[in-house]
Design a protein around this ligand. Structure first.
Ligand SMILES: CC(C)(COP(=O)(O)OP(=O)(O)OC[C@H]1O[C@@H](n2cnc3c(N)ncnc32)[C@H](O)[C@@H]1OP(=O)(O)O)[C@@H](O)C(=O)NCCC(=O)NCCS
Length: 153
């Protein structure tokens, strides 16, 4: 399946995206959850995300279906923490890189000076994307399983 990348739309999540986002969450497999578990994937969480005031959530759409999801979460601090998910059937086609660059651009426009993230050491695809857009490794989590990365904006 060839897709014209110009047909893809990226935008902030809105209140009435609940069903679209819940449909995406139901596609997240247990294997994905090993590397990607920023929050639960239930209806209550979807509702919270679609009504979020402090944190920033973005979606990448193709023909009104969410194919990518990214976030900048504050956890009460000033430096946003980045996260991303691309639907399985759309991976390895550059969408992760496009959505990461777009979200970083957004962080810059929002006035943040830095973005941080954590990624499992075995998550090679994610690290490729992060390094490509300029994230650098600055340490690891106390359990030694994840890398701490950051990008100065
Ligand atoms: C990480 C993720 C967002 C990347 O999205 P994507 O759309 O596949 O990203 P891209 O296509 O832009 O880039 C992926 C890169 O990884 C490479 N890659 C993928 N699997 C790989 C593997 N097993 N070993 C080495 N490289 C791999 C691809 O070749 C590509 O590199 P290239 O651009 O140099 O060719 C996606 O895999 C995903 O959603 N994973 C599940 C959730 C997750 O892990 N999120 C991150 C949590 S920290």
């Amino acid at each position: 399946m060839r897709i014209n990348k110009r047909d893809v739309v990226i935008r902030e999540i809105e209140q009435n995206d609940i069903n679209l986002l819940y449909a995406l969450f139901q596609e997240v497999t247990d294997e994905d959850k090993r590397f990607f578990h920023p929050h639960p994937f239930d209806k209550k969480t979807v509702t919270k995300i679609c009504n979020s005031k402090g944190d920033h959530y973005y979606i990448m759409l193709l023909d009104n279906k969410i194919i990518g999801y990214s976030m900048l979460r504050l956890f009460g601090y000033e430096i946003p923490s980045f996260g991303i998910y691309i639907c399985k059937q759309f991976r390895n086609r550059g969408y992760g890189t496009i959505l990461t660059k777009w979200t970083i651009g957004k962080a810059k426009r929002l006035g943040y000076k830095k973005v941080i993230l954590k990624t499992y050491k075995e998550n090679i695809a994610a690290q490729k994307v992060y390094k490509k857009v300029g994230f650098v490794v600055v340490g690891e989590t106390p359990d030694g399983k994840q890398l701490n990365m950051e990008l100065k904006l």
